[in-house]
Design a protein around this ligand. Structure first.
Ligand code: CS2
Length: 452
């Protein structure tokens, strides 16, 4: 069957938005070829005259599909009024890091590369042998040849993500590179937001129906999109239609604690209850009320939002986005890597509430749900996959704790790689979480939510 290409993009159905003149060169090296990048930074870049070389660290499925399609792919925007299709043309080249490491390093050192963007997921920043190591080596090569300045722009859901990236890379520098990087490499922070579920066979099917040609790199996303970037670039940058500011931290906190915090909460509750998606979870009796209370009583009092923002109103708009019937975002996808996500999504909120003297009863429920989720059995007795780099630690700690709810909560809170000490010692949190876990064990999520 015919594939999307430079040759047929001009004769797609008239309601499909297609790229104009495509960029010839790529000033951006992007690492991480996932659906989120294709529906977020690549779309912003498509509205500029910059191009992207997209690099996949390990699996080559997506970049091979892109290469077979001249870098072209479609984004289906699924809103309440239906679907709109856009073909994106900003990706001009692809790279497979595992098999083309030299080329990756050369690109990091090249005069033509000005910005490196990253969507490599939370856990990648603690693996010096992976992306941090590659960046350190590439920057060393750039320093050795006295290349132009470089900006490394993290687009992962981590607090202070620019500083986090710098802290992962800097210790790997030799002294000369460190001195050069100090003057020539910037690590701005950014807050990225768009709900982009992993593509499924239905995504490719829809793309085929809408385009009339096959698109094996198709993605689908919600209409909303936001990008707040710290205005700290070492060299040139694309004229992205983003918000450039000096206060990204406030936006990151708002988004991580409210959107992502509630997302993870619903994902664990939903997975336990046998709900497939976030939308299905929100439709469980009591679930939406619970999400609202969690936002108003626990998340909002934990921090001051950025100027002009109101956490409760922001939370309302998040719940509306979660309920979008066009988006089928699977609980199991969001549930993965909890050990890497919950520190900034949940435990930071708990710590600030304790400091402020606010009761932590409601926010203990997602902790109990995650604890039960980690054991691997849903309320329906179905098996739940635990996809987490700390899977063994989590499972062993739980096994050692036996069946007592308080002991299981203490076992999870005792894992210092995940939970900071002052949160683990929070007696009120432990007691409330044990109470919720006992409820979940006895009655399941659906009944617990219904009787809140
Ligand atoms: C989600 C995020 O998978 C997850 O953990 O919470 O990917 C979420 O969809 C995005 O951050 C929305 O911007």
């Amino acid at each position: 069957m015919e594939r999307l290409s430079n040759e047929n993009v001009k004769r797609l159905p008239g309601d499909v938005t297609v790229p104009g003149d495509r960029p010839q060169t790529s000033g951006i090296l992007h690492i991480g070829a996932g659906a989120f990048h294709r529906a977020h930074q690549a779309v912003y870049t498509d509205d500029t005259d910059w191009g992207i070389t997209v690099a996949a660290p390990n699996s080559r499925g997506v970049i091979d599909a892109l290469a077979e399609q001249d870098g072209l792919y479609s984004v289906a925007t699924l809103g309440p009024e239906g679907v709109s299709m856009r073909v994106v043309g900003s990706i001009v080249d692809t790279l497979h890091i595992a098999s083309e490491r030299e080329r990756a390093l050369d690109l990091l050192a090249a005069d033509t590369t000005h910005v490196v963007t990253l969507t490599v997921t939370e856990k990648a920043y603690t693996d010096p042998g992976g992306v941090p190591g590659l960046l350190a080596e590439g920057i060393a090569r750039r320093a050795a040849r006295g290349g132009p300045p470089l900006t490394v722009l993290c687009c992962d859901n981590l607090p202070d993500n620019g500083k986090t990236t710098r802290a992962a890379v800097e210790p790997l520098f030799d002294d000369r590179t460190r001195a050069w990087a100090h003057a020539n490499v910037a690590f701005p922070s950014s807050m990225v937001d768009r709900i982009v579920p992993a593509s499924t066979p239905a995504t490719y099917e829809r793309a085929f129906l809408e385009l009339g040609v096959q698109d094996r790199a198709a993605v689908e996303a919600e209409p909303f999109s936001q990008w707040v970037i710290e205005d700290d670039f070492a060299g040139p940058r694309p004229d992205w239609d983003a918000t450039f500011t000096n206060d990204v931290a406030g936006w990151e906190r708002l988004k991580l604690r409210t959107l992502n915090g509630v997302h993870s909460t619903l994902a664990y509750l939903g997975a336990l209850a046998g709900a497939e998606t976030i939308g299905d979870t929100l439709a469980l009796p009591g679930a939406e009320d619970f999400a609202r209370w969690l936002i108003a009583e626990q998340i909002a009092p934990s921090f001051t939002p950025p100027d002009g923002q109101d956490t409760i109103a922001y939370g309302e708009s998040v719940l509306e986005r979660f309920a979008n019937p066009g988006i089928r975002h699977r609980c199991i996808q969001i549930a993965m890597d909890g050990s890497q996500k919950l520190p900034q999504r949940l435990f930071a909120t708990v710590a600030d509430l304790a400091d402020a003297g606010v009761d932590r009863d409601l926010i203990a429920l997602p902790l109990a749900a995650w604890t039960r989720f980690c054991a691997g059995t849903a309320d329906t007795d179905a098996e739940l996959p635990l996809d987490d780099p700390l899977k063994d630690v989590l499972r062993q700690s739980l096994a050692a704790a036996g069946s007592n709810p308080a002991a299981r909560i203490d076992a999870i809170l005792g894992i210092r790689q995940i939970v900071p000490e002052h949160v683990a010692d929070d007696h009120q949190l432990r007691r409330a979480a044990a109470k919720w876990l006992r409820e979940l064990d006895r009655h399941g999520v659906a009944t617990t939510l219904e009787h809140l």
